[in-house]
Design a protein around this ligand. Structure first.
Ligand code: SGN
Ligand code: CA
Length: 537
């Protein structure tokens, strides 16, 4: 009897401790994701283009991943991978057009079932509402920068102001007025910026118009060292960026200048040829009210004046340079707002005693070209779009100011968050929890290479379908549907990926090994039936 009593007390002590432990350590998660944020535009990654002091705070207090990447470099598919923990071919959201099958399990649902209070504010881009979140206000589709409309649980609403500030106001308002202090939280704080057409707030528009930015080394790339796909993509700043819509030259100025070459054509999602119209400029601009327009007009006038005076005198190289500066001015201005607003949220956590027990993640749905290879946009397996920013802060777990070069993917996020929150990971999720890396236990991490597969073709920017394997040293790629071309890049010797060495005999052995590894990976992830007819348009 005495023995039984002793056993029971020990057992209840252990259970009590576990319960206590669980309550004590279940962390809050603040997941911050922006849309198309190039890691080159975060000063913790690259100090020479712009400054992002608040995002850098997360890096200084946490871990920055220099080889974080996506599985499929495009918006809605990346979000589906993040939420389901499964590659695109399994979750079905292979491109921006396909509908997300929301009967699938997404990780916020598991958080909700396991005692977390959950919320989502900003851009989702699924065409349907999120599951597993107690509160949400999301932008419809791509959403608008100026006076945006939001879809809510009960009703839709239009909110006056600039989208990045508004998404932050909504998030802070939830923290202040809706947070249930008895529960840990999962907050998904999702920016629209810096997505095309890069409309800054009127103040940042004026401020950044005065700045000049360094050009990337490969701005004038002629794609000689690459294959058909790089040559036929429609994302060259000089050729495909549009004067009105992107560079924000007034339509009336373009019309006036009959000597200016006709606007470059572009292709819509279904492969139709469409010419840009003034509507593409007025769509965003006309959302502004009179006061906002007045402020925007100060800078718009300057742009048009400069264009009118100088464009006709420029050669092609100078035009490329001009377009690049205009692009960077607006793109980086939108990021400056993101950074300011991230600072507001970090300050809130700090000032309200939430800092110590909150994991803060900063990432993007994929990377972006900021003039590298002459490009804007994303989609390719080449580094600037394949890689994505990933910075994580977790007080008392991650050693401040650390860096990881491991090959980690957005596929890993769901399992990472689940492990951190001590929630079981579904066995059919395909990533790996990053928790060992976060704890500094890199000997527990065995992955050497990752798998990539891009599908959206033919479509805007015309990047051909491809899949591939990427290790720290090499990148092997197969463009497979309307062409049959292989490319190999030596990532250490050729970090700018200027030379495809697939046909160089020196790499024969490496190619044999990588080809076999790629095949095994496709089998492992269940993506071996690449030419499944349902994937062909
Ligand atoms: C829009 C953009 C494209 C962009 C796609 C996908 N054109 O079509 O440049 O690649 O979205 O972006 S725009 O001028 O209309 O903005 S994604 O982030 O949704 O994948
Ligand atoms: Ca995106």
């Amino acid at each position: 009897m005495k023995y039984l009593y002793f056993t029971i007390s020990i057992l209840s002590f252990i259970i009590g401790c576990n319960k206590k432990k669980e309550q004590r350590v279940k962390p809050n998660i603040l997941f911050i994701m922006s849309d198309d944020h190039a890691y080159q535009a975060i000063s913790a990654y690259n100090n020479s283009l712009t400054q992002t002091p608040n995002i850098d705070r997360i890096a200084n207090e946490g871990m920055i991943f220099s080889n974080a990447c996506v599985t499929n470099s495009i918006c809605a598919p990346s979000r589906a991978v993040i939420l389901t923990g499964k590659h695109s071919h399994l979750n079905g959201k292979i491109d921006n057009h396909a509908k997300f099958d929301d009967t699938q399990l997404t990780f916020p649902q598991l958080f909700q079932e396991n005692g977390y209070q959950t919320a989502m504010f900003g851009k989702l881009h699924f065409g349907n509402n999120p599951k597993g979140v107690d509160d949400f206000l999301i932008l419809p589709g791509q959403g608008d920068y100026i006076n945006p409309r939001f879809i809510g649980k009960e009703r839709d609403t239009i909110i006056t102001g600039y989208v990045t500030d508004i998404i932050t106001d909504l998030t802070l308002n939830w923290f202040k007025n809706k947070r249930d202090k008895s529960k840990p939280f999962l907050m998904m704080y999702l920016h629209k910026a810096p997505h095309r057409a890069w409309w800054p707030s009127p103040e940042k528009f004026a401020e950044f118009y005065e700045k000049r930015f360094p050009e990337p080394k490969t701005l004038f790339d002629n794609y000689k060292g690459r294959g058909t796909a790089a040559k036929s993509a429609e994302m060259n700043i000089f050729k495909h960026m549009q004067y009105m819509h992107d560079s924000k030259v007034r339509p009336s100025t373009i019309e006036e200048m009959d000597k200016v070459e006709p606007e470059i054509q572009y292709v819509t999602g279904k492969g139709d040829i469409v010419k840009p119209t003034a509507e593409r400029f007025y769509g965003p601009f006309n959302r502004a009210n009179d006061e906002q327009k007045r402020k925007y007009n100060v800078t718009l006038d300057k742009i048009s004046k400069d264009f009118k005076e100088n464009w006709p005198k420029m050669n092609d190289k100078e035009k490329m340079k001009w377009k690049y500066q205009r692009y960077m001015q607006d793109y980086l201005a939108t990021i400056s707002s993101v950074d300011d607003n991230v600072g507001r949220v970090l300050d809130y956590l700090k000032d309200n005693g939430l800092e110590d027990n909150t994991i803060v993640v900063y990432t993007s749905d994929q990377g972006f070209y900021l003039g590298e290879h002459g490009w804007f946009d994303k989609r390719f397996i080449y580094d600037e779009s394949f890689k994505t920013p990933l910075i994580i802060k977790w007080p008392n777990v991650i050693k401040p100011g650390t860096r990881s070069e491991e090959m980690v993917q957005n596929l890993d996020f769901a399992q990472t968050f689940l492990e951190a929150a001590m929630i079981d990971q579904p066995s059919d999720m395909q990533g790996e929890s990053l928790v060992p890396l976060l704890k500094g236990e890199s000997d527990q991490w065995n992955r050497n290479a990752v798998y990539y597969h891009y599908y959206e073709y033919p479509s805007v920017h015309m990047v051909k379908r491809h899949y591939g394997i990427v290790s720290k040293e090499f990148k092997l790629v197969h463009f497979y549907n309307d062409i049959d071309e292989w490319e190999l890049y030596d990532r250490l010797k050729d970090p700018n990926e200027m030379k495809n060495v697939y046909n160089n005999p020196q790499y024969k052995k490496i190619i044999e090994k990588l080809t076999e590894d790629l095949k095994q990976m496709r089998i492992q992830y269940g993506d071996s039936d690449l030419l499944d007819k349902s994937f062909i348009y």
